[in-house]
Design a protein around this ligand. Sequence first.
Ligand SMILES: [Zn+2]
Length: 369
Amino acid sequence: MIKLPAKDGIRFEPEEVKVKDLDKGDVSINVFCDNALSQDTVCDLLDKYDDVVGKITFFKNDTTYDLDIKIVKVVRSKSKERDLEGINNALEIIDLENYLNNNSLQQALVKTKIVPTECILELTQEMLSAEETTYDGAKFIGDKEQVSSMVRKFYIAEYEKEKSHKGILLFITPIQKPGTAGDGQLWAAERRNCSIFYDGLYSSTVYAHEIAHVLGCEHTFDNDWQEKIEQYNKNINKWKEEIQTFKTEIAEFEQKKEASFMRLEEMKKYPSDPIAIKNIKTLNGNINIYEKKIERRKTSIENRVEAIEQRKLRIEQAKTIKKSNQHVFPIKASTKDNFMDYFQRHSDRKSFFQWQWKAIQFDIKTYYS
Ligand SMILES: [Zn+2]
């Protein structure tokens, strides 16, 4: 017989289990925690002579972590009603707040509140990130991170002119991002938003997965930090070279512009000469073109500078993220049921590891309270 005596508000039902029942198969035992534990508590399992034959550790749970999530429904103007219906239908089926509070994030003692006011972001035309198209009017294309950043920028321009949301932004959209269910931003500079695309709309674990990314959890199988950092350094070097090229080009255009100006002054001396008049027109046109080219190069330089800063910051942050996610499995689907793993079936995911609770709690304390 195994006895399970109550301790410090923790009690078991049943309080005793017969070994022969255990031998027969699964025995289910309910554990109740009648009051919050202010410290980690170890319960002893006893045999019939009251000798200790096992131990169970219960973690302290007297601190909860409040998290506000704001849902932003991202729809296409031309099919706004239908898109909204799709999102609302998915949210009703998933029952998101309930799912996060009872079947996923509560494991890390997180209390989630979803902001009740509806927030809609309409996409009227194609979207451009720095230089590439991320939305072509029907679906998202390109890098998922860029798509999320672009949507965030639009959202900020429309809704956060004065005050920004303190918690997480959850962009939900029935727009397809082919091959991608969702995207969660792991990095502090952009941290606070994640996206659920068409493929993930009805999959509750995708929501938990992406939100946990934002809260500092990396995939259970991602151990390619070295590679990532090398990639970032490569990007930085490439952008630095591009900046040099742009600067050289700007100097060339400035020179050409200057030459055109001088010629223009020359032509102005013959205001009634038809050839001069024609030349003046051409020269003005050229100057205009050079100015535009210079302007464009300047914008490109600004974008590169910003991107370099961001990558430098990431290289710095990689250390913290790596520290929070020290335990890495060699391949995908090594865990049986972890939210941060990739499975054939998303729905198999149902648990967080203890180190992930800690990563989540650290992030909420540091960034969201
Ligand atoms: Zn992921």
